[in-house]
Design a protein around this ligand. Structure first.
Ligand code: SF4
Length: 329
């Protein structure tokens, strides 16, 4: 992305936020790999800070990185600008290497570990994003132990088939296997209960801390600006809505009646009667459509959510009780 395109995107986002009455704008600097274009990120983020001050709309920023390598100047910049860093780490050793590779199939784990060690020396704890697939599920307990022992905030995602994933068919997991693998990971969480609340961390797309009736902001309050300036709906889809010259892109995004839709949970078939509807909201709509050819249907991971949500609540309960004991109450 050029600086010019990035600055146009920032202006458009604040203009739309002001027009629609939003109080916060969140920018995710993602790719590709944003650390490879870090000078542009700095300038875009600087422009966003200026507009935030001018408009009174608060600003959040997060850099999503594969963690292979961070420019030296990036670490103090993240601290000074209060920008979050999220690093993808899907496993230790071969479990990371099989899922995330450098060009030519080269392994990546040692590079990510080197980055984490560098960040540790600055006292900077990135958020760790763990994407669970068939390839790395057996290594989930070990990577969770690593993350918990180092005190990183983290969250778990399930791999979702998408047009950009290589070898997608071999990465999907049958729900029964996924439940067993996740429970093995939860045992480690129970042994090393963290400081961070678990209600939004342990289960893909599920938030037990914030009641919600859609699983994400796609087609509602979210847009992707591609490097060339196209506006799309979701990073998992290449559906184009327009470009940065559009006058009111959020109106165009919300008024569409075909392509990617994101219905409320009440319009997702039996989700409307589900006890967990405000925690789960039906799961990723795009995955549901790709699986069943319709949006008014529960997630293909429904049985996983139903099996694991009570476990997440139990673990959070144990964490809170542990904190009570520690504080002597
Ligand atoms: S658990 Fe299943 S039925 Fe309940 S909201 Fe989620 S996808 Fe829908």
């Amino acid at each position: 992305m050029t600086e010019e395109t990035g600055l146009q995107a920032v202006e458009l986002a604040f203009r739309e936020a002001a027009r629609l009455g939003y109080r916060t704008v969140k920018f995710k600097y993602a790719g590709g790999e944003p650390t490879l274009n870090f000078s542009t990120v700095i300038r875009i983020a600087g422009a966003a800070q200026v507009l935030s001050r001018e408009t009174g709309i608060s600003l959040e920023g997060v850099v999503l990185s594969n963690g292979f390598s961070l420019p030296d100047r990036m670490i103090p910049w993240l601290v000074q600008t209060n920008t979050q860093l999220m690093i993808s780490l899907d496993g230790l050793g071969m479990y990371q290497d099989v899922q995330r590779q450098r060009p030519g199939g080269k392994p990546t784990f040692r590079y990510v570990l080197r980055t984490l060690d560098r960040l540790d020396r600055f006292g900077l704890k990135p958020r760790i994003s763990i994407t669970v697939s068939r390839h790395n599920l057996p290594g989930l307990p070990d990577v969770l132990r690593f993350v918990l022992e180092r005190g990183y905030p983290f969250h778990l995602n399930f791999f979702r088939e998408n047009p950009f994933a290589q070898d997608a068919a071999s990465m999907s997991i049958p729900p029964e296997d996924l439940i067993i693998g996740m429970l093995a990971g939860y045992q480690v969480v129970e042994q090393c209960l963290p400081e961070q609340p678990l209600l939004g961390a342990l289960l893909d797309r599920v938030r037990l801390d914030i009641p919600h009736n859609r699983p994400c902001g796609a087609a509602q309050s979210y847009m992707i600006v591609q490097p060339g300036g196209s506006v799309t709906l979701c990073q998992m889809s290449d559906e184009r809505v327009g470009d940065l010259q559009m006058r009111n892109p959020m109106d165009a995004i919300r008024r569409r009646r075909d392509g990617l839709l994101n219905p409320m949970v009440y319009d997702r078939g039996r989700c409307g009667q589900c006890f967990w509807q405000y925690a789960c909201a039906g799961g990723c709509p795009l995955l549901t459509f790709r699986t069943y050819g319709r949006y008014d249907h529960p997630s293909p991971y429904c049985s996983v959510y139903q099996a694991l949500i009570p476990e997440v609540l139990r673990l959070e309960g144990k964490r809170l009780l542990r904190n009570e004991v520690r504080s002597g109450r």
